[in-house]
Ligand binder design. Structure first.
Ligand code: PMP
Length: 441
């Protein structure tokens, strides 16, 4: 037994070293790290071999997922994500350079005035102690009512837990509900954290690449054909970051049906729901017990730095996720919960109107620049490419030197020709930023 284990370790070392070398070549040639069709070939080979040697293919495929993830880990670089560009931009600002931030999705509005009032009350109200890991019961009750009124849900406080932002909600769901070597379906382009959370937990990402030519709509057959016994979850994010896409209702219905038929969890990240100008319906409206919906005050109430959001799911799932939340952070800061609770019902439609006006202006400019993009149905971004394809990682580095930060497409799943422009600045500054981009294209 020992000899076999040691031999396997030595083979793993050799495999990892080769993967590293391949990673360097891929990087030099601007190739993407994961190669779905190559992975499929390996899967088929593993299944065939299992038949020949009479070994359980499910165990073998899990082992393959572990190996594939190890390769991806050693080949991945985070130097080109929008977060990396944001950090570089901040560094330049510290050196006294002016940067127009078109890379970051952070609304520039002030939070509602109620936030100010509530913050001034928390001291006297005694919100300074440890609290329940799921959140303040009064807040959870209000969140459940809000979900019932706005998302066509039928939930109560037991279906709700407060999280420090949607990001932590996503982390809790992926980490708690999936085991290492399980598979998660991510429809790309996508916010990078779904992939990063999965890889961090040894979970295999199966990407469904969507295309601008197909209006960023996923192919149902492609989704169905990548599902196997190890597939446990599909991630949805509509309105979408970075494309602004909202799925047509029938397509969304079909995806939900596929998930139900295959007993998959649906992790639906709905933090842009109040920035939608098309027909949007929450996954909560399907009343599917294996759905987990993340929501946040970050974008809707412009409260990014307050770190407050929530999850809606079945009682059982909430119980499971609460254990990890209790372990990691005891509870979300109560002063912030109180503040968000009092602001929940505030009218934030003005934010949506302003964002829509900006998006309309950006669309107009992008058209003049002959950029290719799908008109966003919501969210706060335009995801575009030039007629003659260019590498936007290089473009984003170059633009930083000219005072503009953009988000290169590679961070959203190897969309090297695309870049994301965020509408989180006033129109005058947006125009100024786009004028600079024009000079570099
Ligand atoms: N989900 C998506 C799709 C996002 O774009 C972001 C942030 N840009 C988040 C979640 C994180 O939200 P929060 O600030 O609530 O953690």
């Amino acid at each position: 037994m020992e000899v076999i284990t040691i031999e396997m370790l030595s083979l793993l070392k050799t495999r990892t070293e080769i993967a590293q070398e391949i990673g360097k070549i891929k990087n030099q040639q601007g190739m993407s790290v994961s190669n779905e069709s190559r992975e499929d070939e390996l899967r088929e080979l593993v299944k065939k071999t299992c038949q020949e040697i009479n070994f359980d293919s499910n165990t073998a495929l899990k082992f393959l997922n572990f190996l594939l993830n190890e390769s991806i880990k050693v080949q991945s670089s985070t130097s080109n994500t929008h977060l990396a560009i944001f950090l570089k931009a901040k560094e330049l600002e510290q050196q006294g350079k002016k940067i127009i931030h078109l890379e970051v999705g952070e609304p520039d509005f002030q939070p509602p005035l109620n936030v100010k009032k509530s913050l001034s009350e928390v001291y006297d109200k005694g919100f300074g102690k440890y609290g329940p890991a799921k959140g303040l019961p009064e807040f959870r009750t209000k969140l459940a009512e809000f979900a019932n009124n706005n998302f066509d849900a039928g939930v109560n406080l037991e279906n709700v837990m407060v999280t420090p932002g949607a990001r932590f909600g996503v982390f809790l769901a992926i980490t708690t509900l999936l085991d290492p070597s399980d598979e998660i379906i991510v429809i790309e382009p996508a916010w990078p954290a779904y992939r990063q959370c999965a890889i961090n937990s040894g979970i295999k990402v199966r990407s469904i690449k969507t295309k601008l030519e197909n209006k960023w709509e996923p192919d149902l057959d492609e989704i169905s054909s990548c599902i196997n016994e190890n597939t446990k979850m599909i991630v949805l994010n509509y309105p979408n970051n970075p494309t602004g896409k909202i799925l047509p209702k029938t397509l969304q219905d079909q995806i939900v049906n596929i998930a139900k038929e295959n007993n998959l969890y649906i992790l639906s990240d709905e933090i842009y729901s109040n920035y939608s100008n098309g027909e949007w319906s929450s996954i909560l409206s399907y009343n599917y017990e294996k759905s987990i919906v993340t929501q946040s005050f970050s974008k809707s109430h412009s409260m990014t730095g307050y770190r407050i959001g929530y999850l809606v799911s079945s009682k059982d799932i909430i119980e499971k996720l609460t254990k990890l939340q209790a372990l990691c952070l005891t509870n979300v800061s109560e002063p912030i919960q109180y503040t968000a609770m009092n602001s929940l019902g505030d009218d934030v439609t003005k934010n949506t109107e302003i964002m829509n006006e900006r998006l309309t202006k950006l669309e107009e400019i992008c058209k003049e620049m002959e950029l290719e993009f799908v008109k966003p149905d919501g969210a706060m971004y335009i995801f575009a490419r030039t007629k003659n394809p260019i590498n936007t990682s290089d473009l984003s580095e170059e633009l930083l030197n000219h005072g503009v930060a953009i988000a290169p497409g590679i961070g959203f799943g190897d969309y090297n020709e695309f870049f994301r422009i965020s509408a989180c600045l006033d129109i005058k500054t947006l125009i100024e930023g786009m004028d600079i981009i024009k000079t570099r294209l």
